[in-house]
Ligand binder design. Structure first.
Ligand SMILES: [Zn+2]
Length: 494
C-alpha cells in the first residue's frame, strides 16, 4: 500500500552540528526559546516579519506554517516556521508532513518547544507522531500515468534524550496510525475488488500475521446452517456470496468480560430492489467502512496485546438487485429467532448486523459496539463532522466518550426516547427495518439494539465520517479510518 513509515531519530540538544545528516527542511517555531539549538537567522526573521505585516494589512490570517528558503543561512535549503498559535499537536504534525510531501521533502529536522512535564511530553510526542504518520498516507491509485507520491521518510527530532516513555509514545503512535491507514485502505478498495470473500481473506491475513487470534469464516452454506437469515437474505442476489467473519482474542482468560466489535461489511450497496439513485452511488464502496474500522482495531490489538477479551465480528455481503433478491414486504427470520419485516431493501446494514450481534453474543461478547455506515439521515443531522451514537447503557457510553476525547474524535450521542422504539414496531413481524424518514439514524440504531439482548451496547453511525469527498483537517479525502483511534483508546483503558 502506498505509504511510508517515518523513521524518527532523536538528536541530543547541543549535538546538532555533529550529526552528519542531510536535511531537506528544518522545522522551527516562530519564536524559539533561548535554549533552542537552532535560532532563526536575522535575515529570515525579517522576511517573516514582512510576511506578518502584509497579512495584518490584508486582514487575512497569518499562515500557521510558513515555508521559506534559507539562502544558506541554515544547514538545509528550506525552513518551515510554525506559527505560535498552533495548539492542536496532531494537526500540527499532520500539516508539517503534508506541506513537506507537497514540496517533495523527505528528510526533516524538527525543533519545537516541548511541554515541561514528562507525562505531558510523551503525550505531546505521541500526538505529533500520530499526525505525522497519518499524513504520510496516500490512497492507492490505479492511474497508469500517476507520478509516484512523495513521502517523509526521516524525522530528526531535536528534543534531547529518548527515554523509555518517549520511545513507547512513538511506538504507540506508529501502531495506532498504521491501524488507521489499514482501515483507510480497506475502505478505499473498489467494490469489484473487495467482494465479501476478499474482505474475509483480508481479515484472515491480519489474523494470520499474529499468534493471538482465532479466525473463523462462514461461507453462504454455513451462514444458512447457522440460521443467519438476515445476512443470507441481503447477500443472496449477488454472485459474490456473503461471509460471516469472526475473530476472537483472549488477553485476559480469567475474565468473562468480552467486548464485541461488530462491523457492517456491505462491500457494495446498490440499495437492492429499493435501488439507489445513480448519483454518488460509487461512494457505496465505503459501505464496509465499519468492517474496515474493526479490522484496523484488530491489527492494533495484534501488536499492542491489551489485557482484555475481544470478539470481532464482520457481516460481509454485497447488496444487489436480481431475480432472487430479497424484496420489500418480505419477512426474514434472523439467527436470534426474531423476525424482520423488510420495508426497504436499502436498509440492509441493520439486517446483516442483526445476525452479527447475535453471533457476537454467542461467541461470548458481554458488551457490544457496532460500527456501521448505517444511515444517510446521520448526514442530515451531523453532516460529515461527527459520528452519531445510540446506546442502551450510559456508563458504557461515557467510557467510549472519554476514549473519543483522548483520541480527539467526535461522537454525538442521540436520544432514545420510548417513542422512537414505537416507530420500528411491525404489525407482521417483531420489528420492521425502517421507521420512516424522521429520526432515521435513531430508529436505525434502535433496530440494531433490538438484537443486543440486554447486553450493554453502543451503535456508531459513521455514514458521514468514514468517507469524505474532500480533505478536512487530518482526515483525507476518501476513507478516513474513523473510530479506529477511539476504539483502541477504549480497549487500552479497559
Ligand atoms: Zn443501503
Amino acid at each position: 500500500m502506498p505509504r511510508e513509515n517515518i523513521s524518527f531519530q532523536f538528536i541530543q540538544k547541543g549535538n546538532v552540528d555533529d550529526q552528519a545528516v542531510t536535511i531537506d527542511a528544518i522545522v522551527l517555531t516562530e519564536s524559539p526559546d533561548k535554549t533552542a539549538n537552532i535560532q532563526i537567522p536575522q535575515a529570515i526573521a525579517d522576511t517573516l516579519e514582512n510576511n506578518r505585516q502584509r497579512h495584518s494589512n490584508s486582514n487575512s490570517q497569518s499562515p500557521r506554517l510558513t515555508l521559506l528558503p534559507t539562502h544558506g543561512f541554515l544547514n538545509a535549503p528550506y525552513l518551515i516556521v510554525v506559527g505560535n498559535e498552533m495548539e492542536d499537536i496532531r494537526t500540527l504534525g499532520h500539516d508539517i508532513v503534508q506541506l513537506a510531501r507537497r514540496e517533495r521533502f523527505s528528510r526533516l529536522l524538527i525543533e519545537l518547544t516541548l511541554p515541561a512535564s514528562k507525562q505531558e511530553r510523551s503525550r505531546w510526542l505521541q500526538q505529533l507522531a500520530e499526525g505525522m504518520y497519518m499524513a504520510n498516507y496516500a490512497r492507492q491509485t490505479y492511474n497508469s500515468q500517476a507520478k509516484s507520491p512523495s513521502f517523509v521518510t526521516q524525522a530528526h527530532l531535536l528534543i534531547g534524550e529518548l527515554d523509555a516513555q518517549l520511545e513507547k509514545a512513538l511506538e504507540s503512535a506508529e501502531i495506532i496510525s498504521e491501524a488507521v491507514c489499514h482501515a483507510r485502505d480497506l475502505t478505499n478498495f473498489p467494490g469489484n475488488y473487495l467482494v465479501p470473500a476478499i474482505l474475509a481473506d483480508e481479515v484472515q491475513a491480519i489474523s494470520d500475521a499474529f499468534d493471538c487470534f482465532v479466525c473463523e469464516i462462514l461461507d453462504e452454506q454455513q451462514i444458512a446452517e447457522h440460521g443467519m437469515g438476515g445476512l443470507l437474505a441481503v447477500g443472496k442476489a449477488s454472485i459474490n456470496p456473503p461471509r460471516m467473519i469472526t475473530v476472537t482474542y483472549r488477553g485476559n482468560p480469567k475474565s468473562d468480560d468480552v467486548i464485541g466489535l461488530i462491523g457492517k461489511g456491505i462491500t457494495f450497496d446498490t440499495g437492492g430492489i429499493s435501488l439507489k439513485r445513480s448519483d454518488n452511488m460509487a461512494e457505496m464502496i465505503c459501505d464496509m467502512a465499519g468492517a474496515a474500522t474493526v479490522a484496523g482495531v484488530m491489527q492494533a490489538v495484534g501488536r499492542l496485546r491489551p489485557k482484555c477479551n475481544l470478539v470481532f465480528v464482520i457481516a460481509a455481503a454485497e447488496n444487489m438487485p436480481a431475480g432472487n433478491a430479497y424484496k420489500p414486504g418480505d419477512v426474514i427470520t434472523t439467527m436470534s429467532g426474531k423476525t424482520i419485516e423488510v420495508l426497504n431493501t436499502d436498509a440492509e446494514g441493520r439486517v446483516v448486523l442483526a445476525d452479527a450481534m447475535t453471533y457476537a453474543l454467542q461467541k461470548g461478547a458481554s458488551k457490544l459496539i457496532d460500527i456501521a455506515t448505517l444511515t444517510g439521515a446521520i448526514l442530515v443531522s451531523l453532516a460529515d463532522v461527527a459520528t452519531g451514537a445510540v446506546t442502551n447503557n450510559q456508563d458504557f457510553m461515557n467510557q467510549l466518550m472519554t476514549a473519543a476525547s483522548a483520541a480527539d474524535e467526535r461522537i454525538w450521542q442521540l436520544p432514545v426516547y420510548p417513542e422512537y422504539k414505537e416507530m420500528i414496531k411491525s404489525s407482521v413481524a417483531d420489528v420492521k427495518n425502517t421507521g420512516g424518514r424522521y429520526a432515521g439514524s435513531i430508529t436505525g440504531g434502535l433496530f440494531i439494539g433490538t438484537f443486543a439482548d440486554h447486553a450493554p451496547w453502543i451503535h456508531l453511525d459513521v455514514a458521514g465520517t468514514a468517507f469524505l469527498d474532500k480533505q478536512r483537517g487530518i482526515h483525507p479525502k476518501g476513507g478516513t479510518g474513523v473510530m479506529v483511534r477511539t476504539l483502541i483508546a477504549l480497549i487500552n483503558n479497559h
